[in-house]
Design a protein. Structure first.
Length: 246
């Protein structure tokens, strides 16, 4: 049994790989990461042969590394863009590419191949472009849905904290909280669709789409559910470690 972990800015997700088969185990907000909570996720796991992590949050990564040292006496292995995959990186500096995005690319390419746009809904929303040659050469990054609402309310004295509510049509928003929620939601949705449309216009071909990330579920009513994969990063880790060990 191999453990795969995706450590984001807000939360950490845990999965396992057994004979090449992936299983999702659980998710913790980073402020809830401690030995007891992690131990509870792995209470049914008897034997662990390796722990592989994609991380964009060094402090939580160090904490989780120590937890697995205490639980299983194992050193963790950090995945990186130096690990081989079929995705070519046609960018100026591959070492500045976040490991979460690299894992997104690796898994998406295995699922959809070339001519693919990956939309990763997180603290920031990322749109990753895999071109007709299977190369990653460009992306868009902008403020995520929840973060944009929070910044708007915290940067102004009179706007309230936008508690999460049902997203209403803009014409049906009759109070400030509904207005902020729906405006942030549709701004996010239209920005995503507009950027992908611009990519397709510039390159001259249509792109398949894959959606992932912690905030993606809010957008499922407006995206194709068949193109949604909640565990894309974890599956990318699995593909990388399996290819390294062949």
């Amino acid at each position: 049994m191999k453990i795969v972990i995706d450590i984001g800015n807000t939360a950490s997700k845990f999965g396992c790989v057994n004979d090449g088969v992936f299983s999702f185990l659980g998710r913790l907000y980073n402020h809830d990461v401690n030995l007891e909570n992690v131990k509870n996720i792995f209470k049914d796991i008897d034997s662990v042969k390796g722990v592989y992590i994609s991380s964009v949050a060094p402090k939580i990564c160090n904490l989780i590394a120590q937890i697995f040292k205490d639980l299983y006496d194992l050193e963790v292995c950090l995945v990186s863009s130096s690990m081989s995959s079929r995705v070519q990186l046609a960018i100026d500096n591959k070492y500045e590419l976040g490991t979460d995005l690299y894992c997104d690319l690796v898994a998406a390419y295995e699922i959809s191949g070339a001519k693919t746009a990956i939309v990763d809904f997180g603290t920031a929303t990322k749109i990753l472009f895999i071109d007709e040659n299977g190369s990653f050469s460009s992306c868009a990054i902008f403020l995520g849905y929840e973060k944009s609402k929070n910044i708007l309310s915290k940067s102004t004295e009179l706007l309230p904290d936008p508690a999460h509510r049902k997203i209403l049509p803009i014409s049906e928003c009759h109070n400030t909280v509904d207005v902020i929620n729906s405006s942030a939601y549709y701004s996010q949705l239209f920005t995503i669709n507009g950027i992908i449309d611009e990519y397709e216009k510039e390159v001259g071909y249509s792109l398949k789409r894959i959606y992932t990330g912690g905030n993606a579920k809010d957008f499922l009513p407006n995206i194709n559910e068949n193109e949604y994969d909640e565990n894309l990063v974890l599956k990318g880790i699995m593909i990388l470690i399996e290819s390294e060990q062949k």
